[in-house]
Write a new protein. Structure first.
Length: 79
């Protein structure tokens, strides 16, 4: 049995339509579906999309906690 763990960014759905905050690099349901299907066909253990957004989050997550906090607080302040 194969298992894939999906790490999505924001997907445009009726639920995300209710959000009143910025959702960067939002993808359509079709784009999300294509990314998941492609990852499953490749038997990827991890499926990330959209690539640029999830790459940035993974990079920030790899930083020391103090640096993460400072960086994210600056990003939020600018938004």
């Amino acid at each position: 049995m194969d298992i894939s763990c999906v790490f999505p960014g924001f997907v445009k759905t009726p639920l995300t339509d209710k959000n009143d905050f910025d959702m960067p690099m939002m993808v359509s349901v079709e784009e999300a579906s294509n990314a998941i299907q492609s990852g499953i066909q490749k038997r990827s253990a991890y499926i990330y999309f959209p690539k640029r957004f999830t790459w940035a989050l993974r990079f920030i997550g790899s930083l020391p906690y103090g640096l993460q906090t400072r960086l994210v607080s600056r990003l939020i302040t600018k938004a």
